[in-house]
Design a protein around this ligand. Structure first.
Ligand SMILES: Nc1ncnc2c1ncn2[C@@H]1O[C@H](COP(=O)(O)OP(=O)(O)OP(=O)(O)O)[C@@H](O)[C@H]1O
Length: 306
């Protein structure tokens, strides 16, 4: 028998005033899975995460997180979940170790917990450094140490690597994958495509509604988009000519290439062939990227709302 899901929520709803900011969101996450949560700014990711963490009571829907009812057992959920908020904060004039000691005190953890967390996150040699003097990557490592010190079974990360350099982001993700291999479940919201690609599965939310989910390959395939590249020739003229043509939904320059994307493959190819011939460009078939899919989904969601 397979293990019960770490998260299973059905039809979650949150309403602020007259606005439904989370609109019947259902999701299931298996233990040890890393699931990405993507969507434009203000689409409802943080609000959904907070309902799952037991920090916010839903106005509708039901579900269980780590076997606890999200409506009735919020305290039990908080004990077993680590939540890293978008803008994590520390006492800047305290050292790494002092900050972790403070967190350990809040959770009532035993003495060894701080030393263990320092060792786990490679922070021992820096433990006397002031939190305020750390670079973005080390600050984020401290935040991760603070939110996994009480040994949560589920980690909710809300845009954990915003403003952190690529090397620190990669180290962070390696750390997350190691933890997941040990059984930790992770739900992570992000705006970065490379991070989405490091998740086992992703969920895409827009205007509070979950509109696509699955592995990255499934989400891309499900979007059914065609992509071609125009290379060489007069790219500026080609870009102007292609915009608004039947079949052409997106035109995006990438260096000296022009990526042309659309849902109607036949119409897209016709338009691209004609413009390539006019502007002296070569036409190269290409794979559709996750970012192209998300931009298409954003456009489609806006059309539905207007
Ligand atoms: N306490 C609140 N009262 C009123 N409106 C709120 C409240 N919290 C969030 N909202 C609104 O709900 C919507 C969803 O916000 P939320 O923070 O969940 O989005 P998000 O997807 O996490 O955005 P981002 O990517 O910018 O972090 C936004 O329009 C936001 O302004």
């Amino acid at each position: 028998m397979s293990a019960p899901p770490a998260i299973t929520v059905t039809d979650l709803v949150k309403v602020y005033g007259s606005r439904t900011v989370v609109d019947h969101v259902s999701m299931e996450v298996a233990p040890g899975e890393i699931v990405g949560f993507l969507g434009p700014n203000g689409s409802g990711k943080t609000t959904t995460i907070r309902m799952m963490c037991g920090l916010l009571t839903p106005d509708g829907g039901s579900g269980k997180v780590l076997g606890h009812d999200i409506l009735r057992a919020q305290r039990a959920i908080k004990r077993e979940v680590g939540y890293m908020t978008q803008r994590f904060s520390f006492y800047e004039d305290l050292t790494i170790e002092e900050n972790l000691r403070f967190v350990a005190g809040v959770y009532g953890l035993e003495k060894g917990a701080v030393a263990q967390a320092l060792a786990d996150l490679g922070l021992t040699s820096r433990k006397h450094q002031l939190a305020g003097a750390l670079s973005g990557g080390w600050k984020q490592r401290l935040a991760l140490a603070a939110c996994i010190m009480h040994r949560p079974k589920l980690l909710m990360l809300d845009e954990p690597t915003a403003g952190v350099d690529p090397k620190a982001r990669r180290d962070f993700w390696d750390e997350i994958h190691e933890r997941a291999a040990e059984g930790l479940t992770v739900l992570v919201s992000t705006h970065y495509m490379d991070e989405a690609e490091r998740c086992h599965r992703i969920n895409y939310i827009s205007y509070g509604r979950l509109i696509s989910h699955g592995t990255v390959a499934e989400v891309v395939a499900h979007a059914g988009l065609t992509t071609v590249i125009l290379r060489g020739g007069d790219i500026v003229a080609a870009q102007k000519r292609l915009r608004g043509q039947p079949g052409v939904d997106q035109v995006a320059p990438y260096g000296t290439d022009l990526h042309v994307i659309g849902a109607n493959g036949a119409a897209l190819r016709r338009a691209a062939e004609a413009v390539a011939a006019e502007t002296g460009a070569r036409l190269i078939p290409a794979e559709t990227g996750l970012e192209d899919v998300f931009i298409q989904l954003m456009g489609a969601a806006q059309d539905n709302m207007s």
